[in-house]
Ligand binder design. Structure first.
Ligand code: GDP
Ligand code: MN
Length: 386
């Protein structure tokens, strides 16, 4: 799960990491009051969306008057933001952050992620923070210093001291940065983050270190342990189809291809996607209806897949274990009636109650439905339709 920058700032504040004073608004009318409360001469107006690259997109603006702040806030709330990290249509901004602006002398980067290859978290620090960090990572990876740490013991002080030195910080600044790294690493562990990043961490002209932007992602499977973080969930930032799927306990991830997949079991779903690709097709989604799927859940799965205009054919691949083939057949018949198969649907069923299921499908004689003998046959057939 992702959170907004203003929520990340709250978490940083709780963890003791210094951030400039700020306010959140959801309409231009609230800007004047927010301005008063911040009480700074220069304010930075920032769109609150889950995508990055806001600075380059014109959605981070320094302003010197409440009128100017209101104009930018209103524009951001009106015009969808298009950045490197959004699609070409951009995304709608629903909240805007106003923060006391700081005089920046230098921008640093601090971030904790899970290093999947080494299977431990890694603290990263760089003296080349700011909006070009992706490019630094790509072209000059040595400028990003790293310290891997034990997931239970956490980042050790000596490691943070070393990193602070490696990114060129000395004296009191090195001490402050060391403390911030320890706080950030602790926050990462305590809140079950998958990413905890401050970019930029700025050195102000008078020598202070402050976090002025942060991005935190959390492990969905650990959210039950963090009601405060769970409460930060913003459904308006999520893919609507994925949200609907969640309501029905379906795990659905939208992809870019045109072959819709309805499968039971994550492993089978992945091999289904593989075999589609092997035969030259591109899956439109990952969809695992799960072991205990009901006919209602499966009908909903069809509704979600068929609502995607890019879907030109569907592959249903069910291995009936706990999920029974007749339940799926029932769902297919219901879905054909309720949703209608506007595109060809190739069905491969195997396992528990398969004979009964085949009978049911034969009897129903659904328009646009094609049966397959095995997985390869199914993949070939569905790829031929697109
Ligand atoms: P992002 O582009 O979505 O990562 O948004 P950031 O919050 O990181 O802002 C992008 C850039 O805007 C930063 O790297 C800074 O250079 C600049 N910026 C943001 N806040 C301030 C501020 O308070 N003062 C100044 N001078 N620049 C700022
Ligand atoms: Mn940033």
């Amino acid at each position: 799960m992702k959170v907004h920058e203003y929520q990340a700032r709250e978490l940083m504040q709780q963890a003791g990491i210094p951030v400039p004073p700020c306010e959140v608004v959801d309409s231009g009318d609230q800007v004047a009051t927010a301005w008063e409360r911040i009480g700074a001469e220069t304010v930075v107006v920032k769109a609150q969306v889950h995508a990055g690259g806001r600075g380059k997109a014109g959605y981070v603006k320094l302003v010197n008057s409440p009128t100017e702040a209101q104009e930018h806030a209103a524009r951001m709330l009106r015009e969808p933001m298009v950045s490197k990290q959004t699609g070409p249509d951009g995304i709608q901004v629903r909240k805007v952050l106003l923060a006391a602006a700081v005089d920046i002398a230098k921008e640093y980067y601090l971030g904790v992620v899970l290093d999947r290859a080494r299977r431990v978290p890694v603290m990263m620090a760089s003296a080349e923070g700011g909006v070009e960090i992706e490019e630094v990572a790509e072209k000059n990876p040595d400028a990003i210093k790293k310290a891997w740490f034990h997931p239970h013991l956490g980042l050790q002080r000596f490691q943070a001291v070393q990193l602070a030195g490696e990114i060129g910080l000395r004296g009191d600044q090195a001490k402050t940065a060391t403390k911030m790294m320890l706080q950030l690493a602790r926050l990462f562990n305590q809140k079950d983050c998958t990413l905890a990043e401050i970019n930029p961490l700025v050195e102000t002209k008078d020598g202070q270190l402050l976090a002025i932007d942060a991005k935190f992602n959390f492990d969905d499977n650990a959210l039950f342990r963090h009601p405060d973080v769970e409460g930060m969930f913003d459904p308006s930032e999520e893919n609507p189809a994925e949200l609907r799927a969640k309501e029905f306990n379906l795990s659905y991830i939208a992809l870019d291809g045109n072959i819709g997949c309805l499968v039971n079991g994550a492993g089978l779903a992945m091999s289904t996607m593989d075999i589609i690709k092997l035969h030259g097709g591109e899956p439109a989604n990952f969809l695992d209806v799960g072991g205990s799927v009901t006919a209602e859940g499966a009908v909903e799965a069809f509704r979600i897949i068929l609502a995607d205009a890019r879907v030109k054919a569907v592959l249903v691949n069910i291995f009936g274990g706990i999920a029974k083939c007749d339940v799926i057949a029932d769902a297919l018949i219901k879905a054909a009636k309720e949703v209608g198969f506007k595109v060809p649907v190739v069905v491969r069923l195997e396992g528990t109650n398969v004979d009964k299921a085949r009978e049911m499908l034969k009897e129903a004689n659904i328009d646009g439905m094609h049966t397959a003998n095995d997985l390869t046959d199914a993949a070939k057939k569905v790829c031929a339709f697109v």
